[in-house]
Write a protein that binds this ligand. Sequence first.
Ligand SMILES: NC(=O)c1ccc[n+]([C@@H]2O[C@H](COP(=O)([O-])OP(=O)(O)OC[C@H]3O[C@@H](n4cnc5c(N)ncnc54)[C@H](OP(=O)(O)O)[C@@H]3O)[C@@H](O)[C@H]2O)c1
Length: 289
Amino acid sequence: MSKKIILVTGATDGIGKITATELAQKGYHLVIHGRNKTKAQKTVQEIKHQAPNAQVEYLLADLFSLNSVKEMAKQFQENYDHLDVLINNAGAVLDDERCETEDGIEKTMSLNVLAPFLLNQLLLPSLKKSPDGRIINMSSATHRQAKPDMNDLNLQNEPSGQKRYGISKLFVIWNSQHLAGELQKKSITNVTVNCSHPGAVGTNFGQDSDNGFINNLIYKIALHVMPAPEKGAVTNVYLASSDEVKGVTGKFFNNKKQLEQPQDKQYTPEKEQQLWNYCMKVCAPFLEI
Ligand SMILES: NC(=O)c1ccc[n+]([C@@H]2O[C@H](COP(=O)([O-])OP(=O)(O)OC[C@H]3O[C@@H](n4cnc5c(N)ncnc54)[C@H](OP(=O)(O)O)[C@@H]3O)[C@@H](O)[C@H]2O)c1
């Protein structure tokens, strides 16, 4: 098998861009995902400048669209014979005003939960071809405040963009645990699934969202006082590349590469299963490539 191939979503900015650059510098073959062709091409050039010998290509997808996720997975499979690491990094906090995608899904749920869920399902065959396949899903420390209403998985009754974000990041953890368990049940031991949070770092995160005057101001100030995005990339680079975590699965890591317990106040196995069933149902029309 050739060089290890790593796909990073949301790699045209912030933590994802740094993660992709550092992994390219370590000698991996990087496939970066973006949604804007010009920005993706520019990012490839910037990474190659930082890592002159690196092999770097890009794929495009609008992660608000499940069909676009499917098209990206299809393109990946047509162009690459396997996948070693999938880093589901792309994500955002969105406006307080609730919006739905073309699929009828609340946008935060679609981008932060359903897009990685679907990508994981579609790229599992490619990951299974790796001797050490790894999925890394990006969560957030804000999951600790989340109080999801399991009768409202399309977040119809949650008026705060920030609360919708926290719920989505709790769901990322539950889906990661669940996928890890499913793989173990099927005796698929060469693919692991873990979750991480990057801490609070200064990126474009929250800069374009409208969450009310105070919160908007906090995001603007945070950009200038938060640590650099390099700090937020540490754990994902570690989870993607270190032998120390080979075979470790279903776990949650903090921004210092340490294992941490996610919040368990809201957790029950039944809720985890209910979320999984919901994601499966929504993604069902897109599961065949
Ligand atoms: N920054 C923090 O303090 C912090 C804290 C906790 C968790 N996180 C998580 O860390 C991850 C990375 O965030 P960041 O801080 O690096 O944010 P960022 O600077 O805003 O970067 C987000 C990336 O995701 C992409 N993206 C956003 N919406 C997309 C869509 N609909 N389709 C395709 N791509 C999309 C962006 O593409 P464009 O370049 O085209 O905009 C960009 O590449 C996210 O999952 C976030 O929730 C961040």
